[in-house]
Design a protein around this ligand. Sequence first.
Ligand SMILES: Nc1ncnc2c1ncn2[C@@H]1O[C@H](COP(=O)(O)OP(=O)(O)OP(=O)(O)O)[C@@H](O)[C@H]1O
Length: 611
Amino acid sequence: MKRPGRKPGEPDVSFRERMVALRNLPAFFKLVWQTSPALTISNIVLRGLQSAIPLALLYVGKLIIDEVVRMTQLKGDLSYQYLWELVALEFALVIASGALGRAISLLDGMLGEQVANYTSVRIMQHAATLDLDQFEDSTFYDKLERARQQTMGRTILLSQVLSQVQDVITMVFLAAGLVSFSPWLILLLLISVLPAFLAETHFNDRFYALAWGQTSDRRELDYIRFLGASDESVKEVKIFNLSDYLVQRFRTLSDKFYNDKKQLSIRYNIWAVLFAIIGSAGYYTAYVIIILQTVKGQLTIGDLAFLGGSFRQLRGLLEGVLMRFTSVTQGAIYLRDLFEFFEIAPRITEQPNARPFPNPIREGFVFENVGFRYLHSERWANRHLNFTLHAGEKLALVGENGAGKTTLVKLLARLYDPTEGRILLDGHDLREYNLKELRKQVGVIFQDFQRYQMTLQQNIAVGNIEELNNQVMIENAAYKSMANELTERLPGRYGQMLGRRFNNGIELSGGEWQKIALARAYMKNAQLLILDEPTAALDARAEYEVFLRFADLTKGKSAVLISHRFSTVRMADRILVLEQGQLIEIGSHEELLAKGGRYAELFHLQAQGYR
Ligand SMILES: Nc1ncnc2c1ncn2[C@@H]1O[C@H](COP(=O)(O)OP(=O)(O)OP(=O)(O)O)[C@@H](O)[C@H]1O
């Protein structure tokens, strides 16, 4: 049933749905258990002990009062021994309760933090298995964001659920005592607390819907906060004078969140006060009844203290349990987001009996009518691609911006699978091959490569992280890409922290970063090397040298180069010209020039610029 005031797409958190969400709790506790069995068990045992203490305290209190009353009515020599024993017992109980409470919150804190860390690790691990296009989908991002938020929230859920169980046990103890005197008091208790519980459920539902509806706006808010104060954006923010605009946008969004939440919070608190009055009225009705019975002599003064105390505590606990119930179900609903995220499965997977990747590649890659369309896009980024990348061949991709060059190499590296057609490698569909081996054998350096805020050594080693400590290999790769020249001016040499984010980090120029990225390509002995604009940031001399080495170093291996510079492109064996995702020309530099087609036109255009 849709409730009034609900926006389309907002989740409907009915009572039933809350109960259903509770089904996530066992899975959650499994996760808690996996995190630390020892902490989990200790926590449960301590809480079990703690839950019996309130009843014991009340009962000893009653015995003390009854004993005091009895003694005041006696004449002559009095024996205090029993009384002092009772007082000592109560003292011991109070001390035990305090110590247990501390121990429990210590365990809660430790366990909660471990659960948060463990969940973060699992989110990272799972995210790493997912496909590139899943990351390019904003609904996926929202889910990832909600899953991430779970990690801290779950610490609270954990202690809430455990406290809930503990309080229910305490209540059973207290109720047992109360029932033996007058069962209907329990009924009165339930009736007085119920309205507050229903209101709580309703408002929690509204708060969740509000948070749910704000997920993507919140991402924008975080993004603006980041843009407004980060080393990456500060340059442009200053030059374009963006600060006021960003602040304004931040204010608009954050004010909207604030106002939405404020209205709901005010309404919630007004209702909460009203229902608390009903709860108190119930308590005092019961109290008056107990007082009257005591006056009539049906109950002792100790009974009065015990029953009054039990009832007050029971009411407090019941209220707490019912209120907490809604936040526990709330937490369980958020857990659903977390577990749903874990359920997202990658589509780019390998079959159970995947083929080993050929080593060496014998024939090469054959594109058979390959087409690719991005998710949610009407346009084909690649279409009707038919060509062969022969084993050992160096192929260059040329085309205007948006022609589909990067998309083509992403298909080749199996970051996406073709929407139509297929890519064969040595006669078999690329999808049939072992994916891990494929990732090892196909090396790609993208134009938007990462500048890791790590040491130079780590920055190069990311190309093959298993060799992180292989100094010889790293220096070799650096030599091949000319990144080695850089080390001469880095005080920390290969151990030098790069970037500005961390202490003593040194920032590099665009071309220097590019040489490091190139070194990554040499870190593994891949059979197919794909370089997407590998020299765009290099100066002319560096570019020339890089390519001399490249041709030499990749002898016998296949390579695909994307470049807008014809000085680079002409070194390839063959050149493939793309236009609007389609292949329009293919051949060697000389052949294409002789043909006088699009390639020749683009080539002369660039050459003219240099004249
Ligand atoms: N992740 C994406 N989601 C949706 N569309 C995309 C995505 N990436 C690229 N496109 C679109 O696909 C088309 C081909 O893009 P591609 O990046 O392959 O071009 P390109 O030839 O490498 O361009 P450039 O020379 O500018 O790097 C473009 O129209 C682009 O807008």
